[in-house]
Ligand binder design. Structure first.
Ligand SMILES: [Zn+2]
Length: 313
């Protein structure tokens, strides 16, 4: 019997290796992994909300009848760490810099969001009412229903979040050994953020890439370093791996590493082509290149350009 959650769907990638793909609606927002190391389970990333984290823990216990030994946070972004509180007594692991950044950003998020609760309640009521009103218009109703359920997930997460930090940190790399398989968790340095971790399961030829790789999704460049990211991708391209699990989007192969490199290089090229112009366009005036028009998170494209144009990168 498969475990069911409104937050994610479960795909088995190999014996004892599962990826949880975020549902479009629900409180996951990013992908996570459940890995049978042999004797204990390793969980890779914990989603955007405590309620999705709770289902993640239950799925791990349901799929593999053994204790959860380690939880990994690939980087500090909320959509990868806000389920941490659902794993009491389990060692949560991240790079040292990721833990520091969580200590700055996670309490800030809660401080910023908590006063917004009354407004959020109004927005939830308004979205519900508008969805009822749009009953004749399928597209509008779907959009409003999606917004309504997104806001409900956010409200629940603000009300229930207990900021929970990794208890174990590492510098360059950390091996985790079970009786069935070994995993190498290592830091890419500055890439998508100031310090991203990936998990390589060499014997399975599998890489859990966190947000160092996104598939059919605009990757967010604004918290990291595009040039560092390019060299990180070169490192990932040299690994022995067939299967790449991205932080966002469907499971892919090494082609996803190449298309991430292409995306970053394309955006750098766009920005440098405007550099010598007297009157520079604003980021909003620059169209998304054809190749990326079907990708999710389209709003991220403009943020990326603003970031690159600002910094002359
Ligand atoms: Zn991220």
């Amino acid at each position: 019997m498969m475990f069911h959650s409104r937050h994610f769907s479960i795909n088995q990638l190999a014996e004892g290796i599962y990826v949880l793909i975020a549902s479009e609606q629900g409180g996951a927002m990013s992908n996570a992994g459940i890995i049978d190391m042999g004797g204990f389970t390793l969980v890779f990333d914990t989603f955007n909300t405590p309620q999705a984290g709770r289902d993640l823990r239950e799925a791990a216990l349901h799929l593999l009848a053994q204790p959860i030994g380690y939880v990994v946070n690939s980087h500090w972004h909320g959509d990868h760490v806000r389920g941490n509180q659902c794993f009491p007594g389990v060692s949560i692991v991240s790079s040292a810099r990721t833990r520091e950044l969580m200590q700055i950003t996670q309490p800030q998020w809660l401080d910023r969001m908590t006063p917004l609760l009354p407004q959020l309640n109004e927005d939830i009521a308004a979205a519900a009412a508008a969805a009822v009103e749009a009953e004749q218009d399928d597209a509008a109703r779907q959009q409003l229903t999606a917004r309504h359920s997104y806001l409900l997930e956010i409200r629940e997460s603000i009300e229930t979040l207990i900021v929970t930090y990794p208890g174990v940190t590492y510098g360059n790399q950390l091996w985790i050994h079970g009786s069935k398989r070994s995993g190498r968790l290592f830091s890419l340095g500055r890439a998508h953020t100031e310090c991203d971790s990936v998990l390589h399961l060499a014997a399975d030829s599998m890489l859990f890439a966190g947000d160092a790789v996104a598939v059919n999704n605009h990757p967010l460049l604004t918290d990291g370093d595009p040039h560092g990211w390019l060299s990180a991708l070169e490192t990932l391209g040299n690994l022995d791996t067939r299967c790449v699990v991205p932080g966002h989007g469907p499971v892919s192969d090494t082609g996803s590493i190449t298309s991430m490199e292409q995306y970053i290089n394309d955006l750098l090229a766009i920005c440098s082509s405007y550099r010598s112009l007297e009157s520079k366009p604003t980021a909003a005036e620059i169209p998304i290149p054809e190749a990326y028009r079907s990708w999710d998170a389209a709003a991220v494209f403009q943020r990326n350009l603003e970031f690159l144009l600002d910094r002359q990168l």
